[in-house]
Structure formats: structure tokens, C-alpha cells
Design a protein around this ligand. Structure first.
Ligand code: ZN
Length: 82
């Protein structure tokens, strides 16, 4: 199924309820925590993981979730190429 590209466009809407999520990952063994709304919680996970395993190098990532929506532009705004 093909659609004309001129009259519609993909828009990305970030999820305002989730906001910015934080994930901590251990570089040494690849283990990672469930994403959390708090950067402090992700860092706590690193400290706990270091206590449990002795691993000492981590990656902290901020994540945003969003939904893509197909937006149809009214044809009156279409300007033909000249
Ligand atoms: Zn580890």
C-alpha cells in the first residue's frame, strides 16, 4: 500500500506521562536496571550492582518514549513546485 507523500507527514509526539526515563547498564556484564523516572534510582542501581558483583563501570542513559502519528495536511496549504 502506497500513499502520496506530499499530503501527509509523520509527526512524533513524546509521551508526557512517561517523560524522561533513566536506565543504568553495567558495561562489565551487560546487566541493566528497569527504566525509572529518577536518575537517582538508576545511580542507586549502579551502587547496588557494584556491591553485589564488584563490577565498576556503568552506562547511564536517558530515554524518551513517543508515538508517531500520520498527519494529513489540508490541500489548501499545498504549494505546487514552480
Ligand atoms: Zn555487572
Amino acid at each position: 500500500m502506497t500513499m502520496p507523500e506530499s499530503s501527509q507527514q509523520w509527526a512524533l509526539q513524546l509521551d508526557p506521562e512517561l517523560g524522561l526515563r533513566h536506565v543504568a547498564k553495567c558495561i562489565i556484564c551487560g546487566d541493566f536496571c528497569v527504566d525509572t523516572s529518577s536518575a537517582d534510582e538508576a545511580q542507586d542501581w549502579c551502587r547496588q550492582h557494584a556491591r553485589d558483583t564488584g563490577d565498576d563501570y556503568f552506562e547511564l542513559t536517558g530515554i524518551q518514549y513517543g508515538t508517531t502519528v500520520l498527519v494529513k495536511h489540508p490541500s489548501v496549504h499545498d504549494t505546487p513546485p514552480t
